[in-house]
Ligand binder design. Structure first.
Ligand code: ATP
Ligand code: MN
Length: 463
């Protein structure tokens, strides 16, 4: 049977139209001569109000079954709503209850639940207003990302999740093994003998698809990945997950300037798209979660991002009239408090910091002529800190080899990456956007665990 989406009915439904909807009961109100029921099918924040009259067959029996959380199908006729709060409602002619929901034990009641509590019921929390809105925004932002790149002719490529290279060199890798953990084969040196493992060598879950994206950019010019990445970083923060989604464009014949321009245009596009396609949800976030969300979106779309060098950033931080927990010193990485100071307090908008000291950045970033900094750029967002990390890549073979040595990466493992500099090398650049950080930034959600359906964090992999 053809059923309608509640979002479409609320938007376009006209009196006297017949409709059939399917969804879950949010609330039920029994009055003397009839009852109201709110049904939600996830298509919008708002539920559809259903009026139930005693003429319905088995009316009293049905009323007992439609508690919060029950699944139902309703066929009826649309009427202009008398009550305030909705334009249109359904007079039910037919009500089918698929699955009941015991009001004594169903954990979602019509009150505000804390996000901590909702995380303990990860299998039900997507039925709440807030999480529902988050996952609709997440969907719209995903769609916007593909649209943005596809319109520009970027090829969507799929990079492996299992890999033998530690792209970032940060040692935050999960090992993938099929070795019998009760009988781990060891070498004389007591080290694990990974030659006996599935891949004949130690393999990991990827921390980034960048190196493989560079391969593909050397034949398709402009490519992007959009997929999961994994980091075994034991940082229990509101901005780190062990499994998160990353968007990584890689652009051939492009320098850092082009990279920064793309990152800015990209963020503006996604914000614009989400504002247009999730207006009701964004309004909700502004009202209930963070009242700066809409102003921030407007700010992103309509203003140029600030652009400064790392050296300028350090000078600004040194002049700041406040104490930081971590020292500010040329050569040290910017901490989250520094990043937030710059974006949130000083400039009050996204800031792109570029040309970081080579000592704190990955081996593949292009060495600048000063021999001290690399052509790296981070986009720092108010409240979030780093949201995008990118760079121009080192395309010169001799310098790349030297950097690999300096950073103690293994040139043997990277032979194919070095080959790209041997055969038809070109200047190229790219960046990585942490997708959950973007969703956090858009929605104002304070904890990254609440913007992904099933968060993976240290000591937590339920659901
Ligand atoms: P941070 O310093 O915040 O840990 P990073 O320097 O490790 O970030 P990159 O290696 O540049 O980050 O990764 C690219 C992007 O991926 C970051 O800009 C950020 O948006 C996102 N990101 C990095 N680590 C995580 C994580 N553990 N969970 C969610 N997103 C992350
Ligand atoms: Mn990190």
């Amino acid at each position: 049977m053809a059923t309608q989406r509640i979002a479409d009915i609320l938007k376009n439904g006209q009196p006297d139209e017949s409709v059939t909807i399917q969804g879950w009961v949010r609330t039920k109100r029994e009055l003397k001569n009839f009852a109201f029921m709110e049904v939600n099918d996830g298509s919008s924040m708002a539920s559809l109000q259903v009026v139930l009259n005693p003429q319905l067959p088995n009316y009293n029996d049905l009323l007992k079954k439609i508690n919060t959380g029950a699944s139902v199908e309703v066929t009826g006729v649309l009427v202009a709503s008398q009550g305030k709060g909705q334009r249109i409602e359904v007079q039910a002619n037919h009500l089918k209850v698929y699955g009941e929901s015991d009001p004594e034990t169903y954990p979602l009641q019509k009150k505000r639940h804390s996000f901590e509590f909702l995380r303990t019921i990860g299998h039900l929390r997507s039925r709440t207003n807030t999480l529902g809105a988050v996952f609709r925004v997440r969907n719209a932002a995903s769609n916007a990302i593909h649209q943005f790149f596809q319109k520009k002719g970027f090829l969507w490529i799929h990079t492996p999740l299992i890999t033998a290279s530690d792209c970032e060199g940060a040692g935050e890798l999960f090992t993938v093994t099929s070795l019998d953990l009760k009988q781990i084969p060891r070498l004389d040196s007591e080290e694990i003998d990974f030659e006996q493992d599935f891949f004949g060598r130690q393999a990991y879950l990827t921390v980034s698809g960048q190196l493989e994206a560079e391969v593909m950019a050397m034949s398709f010019k402009n490519v992007y990945t959009f997929g999961p990445t994994f980091r075994a970083e034991n940082s229990n923060t509101s901005r780190h997950l062990a499994e998160f989604w990353m968007v990584e464009p890689e652009i051939a014949f492009c320098d850092l300037q082009g990279d920064m321009d793309l990152a800015e245009e990209f963020l503006k596009y996604i914000f614009q798209y989400v504002l247009e396609n999730c207006a009701e949800d964004m309004e909700f976030f502004n009202q209930r979660i963070d009242n700066t969300v809409l102003a921030t979106a407007d700010n992103i779309i309509n203003n140029d991002f600030e652009r400064i060098t790392y050296t300028e950033a350090i000078a600004l931080l040194e002049k700041a009239d406040r104490k930081f927990e971590f020292p500010v010193e040329w050569g040290a990485d910017l901490q989250s408090e520094h990043e937030r100071y710059l974006a949130e307090e000083l400039f009050k908008k996204p800031v792109i910091v570029r040309d970081y000291p080579k000592g704190i950045k990955a081996f593949y970033m292009r060495l600048n002529d000063d021999d001290k900094t690399v052509a790296a750029m981070d986009v720092l967002a108010p409240k979030i800190g780093e949201i995008i990390g990118g760079s121009q890549r080192e395309e010169r073979l001799d310098i790349l080899e030297k950097r690999i040595q300096e950073t103690e990466m293994s040139p043997e493992d990277l032979w194919w990456y070095l080959d790209l500099r041997r055969y038809g090398t070109v200047p190229h650049a790219g960046f990585g956007l942490g997708f959950e950080r973007l969703v956090q930034f858009m929605t104002g959600m304070g904890n990254i665990r609440d913007v992904i359906p099933f968060p993976r964090t240290p000591l937590s992999a339920e659901f």
